[in-house]
Design a protein around this ligand. Structure first.
Ligand code: FMN
Length: 537
């Protein structure tokens, strides 16, 4: 171990003699709730956990020179303590929503029981299906923390309104609002409903974590809702005049999540770029409004190092997604979980999004073990290059029918007609007038089913499985390799969360030690997963 710089601080009268050696320093670092000092004994660093210290002035006679001091630092100390108070959780860690119920009831319930919060993956699900999920979650979690995803649906505004009706009727007090470019009456209504004044302070019933990857979108949520929208909601009888008045005094969101390069929909922004931008924006707005939102970090968090770095950069809380899809509780198939367990950081790529295909929007997906990204991109190229299905060269179309769709375009279209006749007949009118739109609907059939084949674990469609996944899977697999957490059946969301948090706290302490000149070796900078059972472990 390297010998640290000389010091004028001293340590005296320990009850137990200082313990020399790297193993002792390493062990002390792992006991997160025990502060310790490192003194120089016989020229070597040694650990002390009791005695008296003098930081300034002459060193007491017989004192050991004090080289470093490490306070206790536990997972609940990572981030802004206000987060724990708002949501009633034990640590600032969120399991983010994952569409189609991949962030399942089981996942949300497990997080609640572990003293953390998870958001049900309501996107892509019908209102009755979300209601059924709430029946189960509410029956099992009692007063513990949970939330639901409220996703902006530009193509289906009715769905967004219905989801808000349901959330309000069922007393859901936390939502993760995502995919918003600007505010809608639905999300404003959710935030304002139930606002009240207690001792001159505005108190919210409903809490909003807004997920954003751009500053201009963050601004909508950092500020109060627009007066015009609030007035219209009052005129429609959807808010009281008091609720609208109070809504003008608080930001739209309690929390802004900076969504960096993640699984699923992503702008692929690096976290070290996006997070500081949003923290600075938050501070500028807070200086004007006097109310400070918290800013959380999401995207790429798959190891304790990454989580420690996010908090070190100023994140008030962290959000994970990709690593949770690999866990037992996730509402997807063992086939997907096995595929995820084999993936490295480079085994991901971008593919067309089924919901915003025509706009060229992409999602980040797993590339290893599935050809979905390649095939989806091919379909997008055809859509871009040809005006209709009929324009696609016959041999090209035949290849697509044989290897990708595995049925004729006519058969796919018949299924599309049945589906949209019930769900959204306007699409069929549009397709009748615009052959390019018809082509988009046919190709979206494949993209949409790609997710269903993945969730169902359809082995006959493994090559077409659409698995939303970010590069965090690579760091997660590398960190857990050779440990009990390498096995898909051992990956539980709370065990993963507790290890990421405890590991982040341990690594933070190891860096503090390193910054004081003590090199405790590479083992000190590696947190080996252990079977922790909750956030406070
Ligand atoms: C399978 C999957 C589905 C997702 N679906 C949604 C969604 O429906 N709504 C949403 O707001 N975020 C969704 N996300 C994003 C996560 O909530 C989270 O913000 C993100 O995964 C964090 O980045 P990471 O993937 O690098 O961990 C999804 C992520 C994954 C991996």
């Amino acid at each position: 171990m390297a010998t640290p710089m000389p010091t004028s601080s001293g340590w005296s009268r320990p009850n137990t003699p200082p313990r020399s050696g790297r193993a002792e320093v390493h062990a002390a670092l792992q006991r997160l709730d025990v502060p310790f000092g490192v003194v120089i004994r016989d020229g070597e660093p040694a650990v002390v956990t009791d005695g008296e210290s003098s930081l300034f002035g002459p060193m007491p006679t017989g004192a050991y020179p004090l080289a470093a001091w490490i306070p206790a630092f536990t997972p609940d100390q990572l981030g802004d303590p206000g987060f724990q108070a708002t949501y009633g959780v034990r640590a600032n860690y969120v399991a983010g929503a994952m569409a189609n119920g991949i962030a399942s009831e089981e996942l949300v319930i497990a997080m609640a029981r572990g003293g953390l919060i998870g958001f049900f993956g309501a996107a892509g699900l019908s209102t009755p299906r979300i209601a059924a999920a709430l029946d189960r979650i509410q029956a099992e979690v009692g007063d513990l923390a949970y939330g639901v995803n409220l996703i902006h649906s530009p193509n289906e505004p009715k769905q967004e309104e219905e989801t808000v009706d349901l959330l309000l009727a069922r007393g859901v007090t936390a939502v993760s609002a995502s995919a918003y470019m600007r505010l809608t009456p639905a999300v404003v209504r959710y935030r304002a409903k139930g606002l009240r004044e207690v001792d001159g302070k505005v108190v919210a019933t409903n809490h909003v974590l807004a997920k954003v990857s751009r500053e201009e979108v963050a601004l909508h949520f950092l500020n109060p809702a627009p007066a015009k929208m609030l007035d219209a909601l009052v005129a429609e009888g959807k808010l009281t005049a008091d609720e609208a008045r109070l809504a003008r005094q608080i930001p739209m969101a309690d929390d802004i999540t900076a969504e960096a390069d993640s699984g699923g929909h992503t702008d692929n922004r690096p976290l070290p770029v996006l997070l500081p931008l949003l923290l600075a924006l938050r501070d500028r707005v807070a200086a004007e409004t006097g109310v400070r939102c918290r800013v959380g970090a999401a995207g790429g968090l798959g190891s304790p190092d990454a989580v420690a770095a996010a908090f070190a950069m100023g994140a008030d809380y962290v959000v994970t997604g990709t690593v949770n899809q690999a866990c037992v509780e996730a509402g997807t198939s063992p086939m997907v979980k096995t595929m995820l367990a084999d993936a490295a950081a480079h085994d991901i790529g971008m593919a067309p999004a089924s919901d915003m295909f025509e706009g060229g929007v992409q999602v980040q997906v797993l590339k290893r073990g599935t050809l979905f990204a390649m095939r989806g991109n091919k379909l997008y190229e055809l859509y871009r290059d040809y005006a209709s299905l009929e324009d696609i060269p016959a041999d090209e179309l035949a290849r697509i029918e044989k290897t990708v769709l595995r049925r004729s375009v006519g058969e796919v279209w018949a299924e599309c007609e049945r589906f949209f006749a019930e769900r959204d007949p306007v699409q069929l009118d549009k397709a009748a007038k615009d052959p390019r739109h018809k082509m988009a609907l046919v190709f979206r059939w494949y993209l949409g089913l790609g997710s269903r084949w993945a969730i169902a674990g359809d082995e006959t469609r493994r090559q077409d499985a659409q698995v939303w996944c970010g590069p965090a899977i690579g760091s997660f697999n590398a960190w857990t390799r050779g440990t009990f957490l390498a096995a898909p059946e051992a990956r539980r969301v709370v065990v993963v969360a507790a290890n990421l948090l405890a590991g982040a706290a341990a690594l933070t302490r190891a860096r503090w030690l390193q910054n004081q000149g003590i090199d405790a070796g590479p083992e000190a900078l590696r947190w080996i997963p252990r079977p922790l059972s909750g956030a406070s472990a």
